[in-house]
Design a protein around this ligand. Structure first.
Ligand code: SF4
Ligand code: F3S
Ligand code: FES
Length: 251
């Protein structure tokens, strides 16, 4: 949304950045909203706005950024109620009143900083998200075996996930069910199922995700698909996994 007060490049507006602040490490600290007024600059991203606030107004404000280019996945946050990457969000596309909150579901470190790494590590360990090589593939001379370009392209498409956590925070099931693996986990399962080097069978995969914390927990809410900043085909991957279940007659 745009309140129309700026030009195409942004700038010339007064912005109010409203941040939900809470430091769970500090005894007595309670959640509260804090407003930081700033001047909008041309081409300003939320990363730039937050950096300016931290440099000029409040050094204690916590948030995460690494790459600033939509690659590392560390800057996910709720921007006006929607999980998004702050480094890829231009203030000119938002109203002058902007509300920021940490991503729900993940452990809060402080203010806008959450521990997505801990959640994703736990999920990856449960799903064992690495290629389980077939015996013959373990021979290093064969690990470079040719893969059809079309298949390699399909796998690459799913590997574009940057593990930002936005799909998890945008999912109603993940908010209710602590161990739900989310679209990020379902996407990983779909990716490894495609890989001809992986020895795991349908039965192996369904042992891992064939319950309410996996495929059966997904209620097709599709918030994940709507918010994924990398536009991954999450709805079709989830539907693919579901079809496999039905085909096997497990449900
Ligand atoms: Fe982020 Fe999309 Fe990966 Fe989910 S699937 S973690 S939204 S990049
Ligand atoms: Fe959640 Fe996406 Fe399923 S939002 S319920 S994982 S379709
Ligand atoms: Fe890396 Fe935003 S800072 S994705």
């Amino acid at each position: 949304m745009n309140d129309g007060a700026n030009n195409n490049n942004g700038g010339n507006r007064k912005l109010n950045i409203n941040v939900l602040r809470f430091n769970p490490q500090e005894p007595g600290n309670v959640p509260r909203m804090q407003t930081y007024p700033i001047e909008e600059a041309h081409g300003m991203t939320l990363f730039m706005a937050l950096k300016e606030i931290r440099e000029k107004q409040d050094a204690s404000l916590q948030f995460d950024f690494v790459c600033r280019a939509g690659i590392c996945g560390s800057c996910g946050m709720m921007i006006n109620g929607r999980p998004t990457l702050a480094c890829r969000t231009l203030t000119r596309n938002l109203d002058s009143e902007i509300t920021l909150a940490p991503l729900p579901v993940f452990e809060l470190i402080g203010d806008l900083s959450v521990n997505t790494g801990k959640w994703l590590r736990g999920m990856s360990e449960r799903l064992r998200t690495w290629v389980h090589m077939k015996e013959e593939e373990i021979d290093l001379r064969r690990t470079e075996a040719r893969m059809e370009p079309e298949l390699a392209e399909k796998i690459y498409e799913l590997e574009r996930c940057i593990e930002c956590g936005c799909c998890v925070s945008g999912c109603g099931t993940a908010r209710m069910r602590e161990d739900f693996i989310g679209a990020v986990g379902l996407n990983k399962v779909a990716r490894f199922k495609l890989d001809p080097r992986d020895r795991r069978t349908d039965e192996d995969y369904y042992e891992i995700v064939g319950d309410d914390d996996g495929v059966f927990g997904c209620m097709s809410l599709l918030g994940c698909h709507d918010v994924c900043p990398k536009d991954l085909p999450l709805s079709s991957q989830i539907a693919f996994l579901r079809r496999r279940m039905v085909k096997m007659g497990w449900r």
